[in-house]
Design a protein around this ligand. Structure first.
Ligand SMILES: [Zn+2]
Ligand SMILES: [Zn+2]
Length: 254
């Protein structure tokens, strides 16, 4: 919902600590592709939530090579249309921005953004984007993205591993076979909503247990509700498992 949460005056929502202000979660992965022309800088985004534009401005995003979607809830997709100016740049460079989404997420994206995706869409300045099926493994500009099957309540969704890092959000259960795909992870970004149980999100306690089992050198929690204050929650967590915050930048081995 973002923090402050609309209509709420709790301690975290009224906190003046900048780390207690949370936009909707998203990840930007940036790397240099040595063999590439130009400056070789590559940018891949995971999820374009309602705050995508603000986040892209903050991180000075000037081009996007691809987007991966975890699932198609509003807080993960509603910024898709703000790819438009970047998609015009991508088109001039050679083609539309590929959007990797599983069948369920693609169906919602096609419906929500019918003026972009429908076969008879004629809106002249629609986003130059192309929905692509989400494979188990995709290599983009030299980096392999591995789909990590997860459950979000009843709904199967996707997490992603890239090199020695992984991004797993909106998780309520991690299938046993997915733990094997996470072996050797050094940096883990994992959702942890709040203390009270939720039908489709893990509690902080559950996420700590998974983080310990996966055993990354550093785990960052994301998708945090207003129940969890940044400073006090982090004081109660071990150093290697901490709440992330907006704008956090972490080096990862790809
Ligand atoms: Zn969700
Ligand atoms: Zn979500």
């Amino acid at each position: 919902m973002g923090v402050p949460t609309l209509g709420c005056a709790c301690a975290v929502c009224s906190s003046t600590e900048p780390h207690d202000r949370r936009l909707r979660p998203s990840v930007l992965l940036r790397w240099k592709e040595n063999a590439a022309g130009g400056d070789g800088e590559r940018t891949v985004i995971i999820d374009t939530g309602p705050d995508f534009r603000e986040q892209a401005l903050r991180e000075r995003v000037t081009h996007v090579d691809a987007v991966f979607y975890t699932h198609a809830h509003a807080d993960h997709i509603l910024g898709m249309d703000d790819l438009r100016p970047l998609s015009f740049i991508a088109e001039r460079r050679g083609g539309p921005i590929p959007l990797y989404a599983d069948a369920a997420a693609a169906k919602v994206l096609e419906k929500v953004f019918a003026y972009t995706f429908s076969r008879d869409a004629t809106y002249p300045t629609r986003a130059r984007v192309q929905l692509m099926p989400l494979p188990d493994r995709a290599t983009l500009h030299g980096v392999e993205f591995v789909r990590i099957p997860l459950l979000h309540g009843e709904q199967p969704i996707a997490g992603f591993r890239f090199g020695r890092a992984a991004y797993l959000t909106d998780v309520s259960a991690i299938p046993e076979t997915s733990f094997a795909l996470l072996e050797g992870i050094e940096v883990l970004v994992l959702s942890a909503l709040r203390h009270t149980p939720h039908p489709s999100h893990a509690t902080l306690k559950q996420s700590v247990a998974w983080a310990e089992r996966i055993g990354a050198r550093q785990t960052w929690f994301t998708h945090i509700a207003h129940d969890l204050g940044h400073a006090e929650t982090n004081r109660a967590l071990p150093d290697r498992i901490q709440l992330a915050y907006d704008g956090l930048s972490v080096p990862v081995t790809l």
